[in-house]
Each structure stands twice: as structure tokens, then as C-alpha cells.
Design a protein around this ligand. Structure first.
Ligand SMILES: Nc1ncnc2c1ncn2[C@@H]1O[C@H](COP(=O)(O)OP(=O)(O)OP(=O)(O)O)[C@@H](O)[C@H]1O
Ligand SMILES: O=C(O)c1ccc[n+]([C@@H]2O[C@H](COP(=O)([O-])O)[C@@H](O)[C@H]2O)c1
Length: 201
């Protein structure tokens, strides 16, 4: 394994939660715990992104975002990483190509809130993402309807695993995705930024 990269063993089920985390909040921690429980994950790695390719404004410096993420999510099963900066990747499809090559035999699951499913078809090589890893989608307030209506969801309707089978997701033949409902958190980084406290730190 490359130096400075998290350790994983063959057969482990690892969720990957990518995000700007600008800043990390309890909503991220909540979906992480739910994802571990519902999809039967052993670990979750947060990928603190150097910058969302679809967002024009640059986020706060990586070091501040990583430090805040570690304050919010101090769970031994969760690793806060800057893997995309280490790998030099920016697009999720590239990141997943590198990680699946670096960690053979690990069952990765890409995790995201339902808001991201809505625009998933705009992501670079999004079909390649579906081909490479199963995708776990977590409910988010205001995006209840998105699971049926999103273009990506419609195109891949036959690849959807029912929520009752969520624990099979890490082992599912690709393409596979699963949407799970849960008690939702309405927290968002943009609302926190709008409150001014994060930028003022
Ligand atoms: N409250 C939440 N409920 C469900 N999913 C969430 C929630 N907050 C964040 N997520 C998901 O976590 C991942 C990383 O989110 P991100 O760092 O962009 O935070 P955010 O609160 O969505 O930020 P912003 O408000 O700036 O868009 C995304 O997949 C997003 O959908
Ligand atoms: O690869 C892409 O085209 C792409 C487009 C938009 C978002 N993403 C990823 O989605 C994750 C959530 O992004 P964000 O900014 O909403 O936190 C983060 O890991 C981004 O790199 C990826």
C-alpha cells in the first residue's frame, strides 16, 4: 500500500463519502452511521475533495476542512482522508478507478445524498462510476421524489436494489444502486456558511 494511504484488507466493505465538507456537519456524520448500518459496511472513508468540479466557488483550505471533519466525526470506523489530493484526481470516476486498482478485493460502495443523484448524469463518466462500484443513496430533505425522477435513476431503474436488500449492495453485480430512507437531517454546509461562523473562523 502506498505510504500515507489508509489500510484496508481484502473482503472489507468500505463506503466512500466524497464531499467538499465546507464545513463538515452532523448531517454528514448521521448519513455515515446510517450507511454503515443499512449497507452493512465495515468502514467509511470520507474523501475531502480538493474542489467539486461542478461548483465555481473554491472551498476553504483542505487543512481546515479536514480538521473540522475530524472534530465532527470521531469514530474509529471512519477515516477522514484527503485521498483525492494525494492521488491527484478531481473527478469521482478517476478517483474510483485509482482506488479499485490500489485496493484489489475491497468492496467499495460510493455513498451520496439524494441531492447528488438528481444531477448525477452531469458527472464526468457517470456511467463508468455505475460500472465500477455499487452506489448507496441516502435520503435528504427536499429530495424525496428524486430517486424515481432523476435521469440517472430512470436510465438505471433496472439496476436498483430494493431497500430491504440494502445489505447486499457491497457485493452486488454492477451496475447496482440502492436508495434508503431514514430519519433525515436538514443540515447543510451552505446554510452553515450563510450563518457566517465557518468563514469567520
Ligand atoms: N443533511 C444531509 N442529508 C443527506 N445527505 C447529506 C446531508 N448533508 C450532506 N449530505 C451528502 O454528503 C455528501 C457531501 O456533502 P457536502 O460536503 O457537499 O455537504 P452539503 O451540506 O451538501 O454542502 P452544500 O450545502 O455546500 O451543498 C453529499 O453526497 C451530500 O449529498
Ligand atoms: O466527478 C464529477 O464529475 C463530480 C461532480 C460533482 C460532484 N462530484 C463529487 O461528489 C461529491 C460531493 O460533492 P459536493 O461538492 O456536493 O460535496 C464530491 O466527492 C465531489 O467530488 C463529482
Amino acid at each position: 500500500m502506498k505510504q500515507g494511504f489508509p489500510i484496508a484488507t481484502r473482503g472489507q466493505r468500505i463506503g466512500l463519502l466524497g464531499g467538499s465538507f465546507d464545513p463538515a456537519h452532523e448531517g454528514h456524520a448521521h448519513i455515515t452511521r446510517e450507511a454503515m448500518r443499512r449497507f452493512g459496511l465495515d468502514r467509511v472513508w470520507w474523501l475531502v475533495s480538493p474542489g467539486n468540479p461542478l461548483k465555481s466557488h473554491g472551498p476553504a483550505p483542505m487543512a481546515s476542512r479536514i480538521a473540522q471533519a475530524r472534530r465532527v466525526m470521531a469514530d474509529p470506523k471512519v477515516t477522514i482522508t484527503g485521498l483525492e489530493a494525494q492521488l491527484g484526481t478531481r473527478y469521482t470516476a478517476q478517483t474510483l478507478a485509482r482506488l479499485t486498482a490500489l485496493y484489489p478485493g475491497v468492496h467499495f460502495v460510493w455513498l451520496m445524498g439524494a441531492d447528488n443523484l438528481a444531477q448525477f448524469d452531469l458527472w464526468e463518466d457517470w456511467r463508468g462510476i455505475f460500472a465500477r462500484v455499487p452506489v448507496g443513496v441516502l435520503a435528504r430533505p427536499g429530495h424525496r421524489m428524486v430517486t424515481g425522477q432523476a435521469r440517472a435513476a430512470r436510465i438505471y431503474a433496472s439496476a436498483r436494489l430494493p431497500a430491504e436488500q440494502a445489505r447486499l449492495l457491497p457485493f452486488a453485480r454492477r451496475p447496482a444502486w440502492c436508495f434508503v430512507q431514514m430519519p433525515m437531517s436538514d443540515l447543510s454546509s451552505s446554510a452553515i456558511r450563510a450563518g457566517g461562523e465557518w468563514r469567520a473562523r
